[in-house]
Each structure stands twice: as C-alpha cells, then as structure tokens.
Design a protein around this ligand. Structure first.
Ligand SMILES: Nc1ncnc2c1ncn2[C@@H]1O[C@H](COP(=O)(O)OP(=O)(O)OP(=O)(O)O)[C@@H](O)[C@H]1O
Length: 453
C-alpha cells in the first residue's frame, strides 16, 4: 500500500446526471477517497452504490445528506462506491494514495488492547487500563481528523471511548478557548460533530496558551496546565468507577504548537493523562524527540504516521475566521438552524471574573522591588463595562469565587449589550431561562456579532 503525498487524479466521473445541471456522479475505486471543499452554498451528497465513510463514520446508503458551506472533508471507500453530489463545490477530486490503511491498522491494535483490558476487568484485582491515545503533530497535520476516525471506528464496534480535546485553538467539543472531554457512544456525525450533552468542559478563555491582545502578550501557560490537570483528575475518577469506559480508553487531541513551550505542554499532557500511545502525525523531528524522551517508559508507544495529502492547510486569517464560525455554531447550530436566547439582567445579578493577572506590567510602572510577573492563577473580579461587549463568558459551576479555577462550566454566553445607564447586561445563551450560576469567567475571546451567518 502506498501512502503519503497527495495524488490528484482527475475525478473518476461517471458524469453529469441528465436533467440536473448540478448533479454529478463519481465512481470511487477501492481504498480511494473523494476530497471535497464545499463552496459558499450547501452541498448535497449520497452514496448510490457500495459503502463509503466520512472520517470513520459510514454514510447510510441512498440517503441525501446536506453539508454546510466551506466544510472540507473526504468520502472514503474501502471496497468501492459511487457517490452522487448535488450542488457546486469549491473543489472536488479523487485520490487513491491515502494513509487510511495505516490508520485502520492503529485502530486494530487499539481494539485488541481494549479487548485485553475488558477481559482483565473481571479477573484481575488491578484491572488493566484501555489504551490512552494522544494525537500530536504540527498545525494542519490532520490531528482532529485522525482523532475522529479512531473514535468513530471504536464506537462502531461498541466501545465508548472518551474523547479529550486539549486544542484551545479550534475547540471541537464546544468552542475554541475551552478544553473538554466527552464519551463517544456512536460514530460521529460528519456535520453535527461531537455530542455536547455529556461533555465536561473547562473554560481557558484564550485561543492559545500565549496570546497577544492589543499588542500585549498574555501568558496563560500555568492556567492551561492547571486546567489540563483538573480535567485529567476528574476523568480519572470517572473512569475508575466505570469498567466499560476504562477498557475503551481515551483519544486525546492536542494543539498544533510543538516547539518550545508548546513541546513542554505536549509532554505535560502525555504525562498528566498517562498516555500509553503517542501518535505523531507528519513530523519526523517531533517523532524522534518524543521517542527519545519517552524511551525509558516501557508502557508508552510512540508511533509515527503519515499525514494525509487531503488535509487542507489554513492560514492565520482562515483559522481566526474558523474560530469565529465555531463560536457561532455553538449558538446557532452547524447549519444555522438554532436560535439562541437573549436575556437581560442587572449588573448585580452576575459576577464576572478573570483568571490570571492579565498583561505583564512594565517594571517601570511598578513599585520598586515588586515582581513584574503577575500571579498567573489569580482570580480577579471584573468591572462590568463596555470592555465586556462581545465577550464570550463561561458560566462556572463554582459555588464560591475561589473555586472558579477548579470548576467546570455549564456553557457559554455572548455579551451583546452593556447598558451603563440602566446597569443592565444583555447576553445570548444557547438555552432559555436563568443561568445556572451567577459566576461568569472572562478571557480574551470575543465575537463581534454580525447576526446570523
Ligand atoms: N482527507 C481529507 N480530505 C479532505 N479534507 C481533509 C482531509 N483530511 C482532513 N481534511 C480537512 O483538513 C482540515 C484540517 O484537518 P484537521 O483539522 O484534522 O488538522 P489538524 O492538524 O487537527 O489542525 P489544527 O492544527 O488546527 O489542530 C479540516 O478542515 C479537515 O476536515
């Protein structure tokens, strides 16, 4: 099997379907895929013949599915299929060189380990832990995509693995700026993505551990580590009481930041989650560094995998736009089918906090002898004023302000109006009614509301 770089074959088209200018059929040979970037309009697609899957999730035969604008995905077939599309794509081409066989081989090994762990549950006093897989690699190496495949293939076989998302840049469970985990009980829907109802979410509040806001560098590396630890500890307790989820293990997605502090954070995540399999996508250097540093740990396997030629590289601007659309998706749904609820409350009904000392103060602005580095874990009340307009705030489950760092959030609100005359704040929330808590957490994430997409 050959895999690696892109192989752009002219679409193996059966041709336009008579009677409709936008209908076309594509015949896919075994182990090939149709790579699609949806244009600015929805695309409809169905499997006419054979079987095909999108990132590990099988498409039901004959049924039209609608894919929203700008979605990038591949329809892969193991044994051959005919696909029908209705609509105009930005791009679509078939590729027969994919790393899918190596990915499914990894799945087979994980499956065997899950079975071994499950069998041990009933016999051993110290049950074996199922595989804890962490997917690492540079930006745009296909980490999220491989994560989805491994989860969907596992769920298809009846496992309920836990998905852990540490990528605050994209935030696939809820929104960017959050780290979260959720059990996966069914293959993932290619449009809806990850289920939200059982998610355990911590709000970090920034799109990267070190960010720049209004030309000020904000270093929240400590906070990131603390939240990763909190999440790991809670999952550890949950898994300890649940043999099914312990045997199924975890699949952990990480940020594409792999140098310097980013590398340290990867090691921190590997250690904190006690990862047993490290999958390194598309980078020789990272692979050998990790292999070397983890060589003394006999229970950790470091595996190198090829990046798929279909992964679409995104510029900084595209990433920013995709973060904004991810946040909109949280409030409006993937196909703009939901309506968030607007609520207006008095300033006194809520308390907003920020974690960390904000930007570093220049030494010259501080009293002599004082430390220019502010406490990275300090929880400070925030005055409600126009500065909060457009902010995305996490609704904390904390009962007291000093529990804010260690508390998960019930969801997010988007501040759409701050009325300084009436001391009222208006926000959008995904569900109606009063907020489950009055403690709100602010970070540097915001969304300038352009209304519905
Ligand atoms: N085989 C493929 N064909 C078409 N599109 C693909 C394929 N694989 C991945 N993509 C698309 O490429 C984009 C980037 O992939 P993905 O999000 O998996 O990369 P990543 O490494 O997780 O990115 P990040 O650096 O943001 O974490 C996504 O939009 C994904 O749907």
């Amino acid at each position: 099997m050959a895999y690696g770089g892109p192989s752009m074959n002219p679409p193996a088209m059966i041709g336009a379907v008579p009677g409709s200018s936008n209908l076309k059929q594509v015949k896919l040979e075994r182990e090939s895929e149709l790579r699609i970037e949806v244009s600015d309009e929805d695309l409809k697609l169905r499997v006419v013949n054979g079987t095909a899957e999108i990132f590990g999730s099988e498409l039901p035969p004959g049924i039209w599915r609608k894919f929203p604008p700008r979605l990038k995905f591949a329809v892969f077939t193991w044994y051959g299929a005919t696909i029908e599309m209705d609509g105009v794509t930005e791009t679509d081409y078939t590729a027969d060189e994919t790393p899918m066989v190596s990915y499914v081989n990894v799945h087979a090994i994980l499956d065997a380990r899950r079975r071994f762990a499950k069998a041990s549950t009933s016999t051993d006093s110290e049950p074996v832990q199922g595989p804890r897989v962490i997917v690492v690699g540079p930006t745009d190496s296909g980490k999220s995509t491989l994560t989805k495949m491994l989860l969907s293939w596992a769920a298809k076989q009846g496992w309920k693995p836990t998905f852990v998302d540490l990528d605050v840049g994209q935030g696939s469970i809820t929104i960017p700026g959050a780290i979260a985990a959720t059990p996966i009980e069914m293959p993932l829907d290619p449009v809806e993505g990850f289920p939200l109802d059982m998610a355990l979410v911590y709000y970090f509040g920034h799109s990267a551990p070190i960010t720049s806001v209004n030309n000020n560098t904000i270093n929240n590396v400590e906070l990131y580590k603390v939240l990763v630890k909190e999440l790991a500890q809670v999952l550890e307790t949950q898994v300890a009481g649940n043999p099914e989820s312990r045997a199924a293990g975890m699949v952990i997605n990480t940020m594409g930041w792999i140098d310097g502090v980013g590398y340290e954070l990867l090691l921190h995540a590997i250690d904190t989650f006690k990862a047993s399999v490290v999958l390194v996508l598309g980078q020789e250097k990272l692979f050998s560094m990790l292999k070397d540093v983890l060589r003394t740990k006999s229970n950790v396997d470091v595996v190198k995998l090829h990046k798929s030629g279909g992964v679409v590289a995104r510029s900084g601007a595209v990433r920013k736009a995709s973060r904004a659309s991810r946040i909109k998706e949280y409030f409006y749904g993937p196909s703009n089918e939901l309506s968030p609820y607007a609520n207006t409350v008095s300033f006194s009904d809520v308390q907003v906090f920020r974690i960390g000392g904000g930007p570093r103060a220049p030494t010259s602005a501080l009293p002599i002898g004082s430390d220019p580095v502010s406490n990275p874990l300090r929880v400070t009340p925030v005055n409600i004023d126009q500065g909060l307009l457009h902010s995305i705030l996490g609704v904390s489950y904390a009962e007291e302000p000093d529990q804010i760092i260690s508390s998960n959030v019930s969801g997010f609100v988007h501040v759409t109006e701050v009325d300084m005359h009436r001391n009222k704040i208006t926000y959008l929330a995904p569900s109606p009614g009063a907020l489950p808590s009055k403690f709100l957490v602010a970070g540097s994430l915001s969304l300038v509301d352009e209304g519905r997409r």
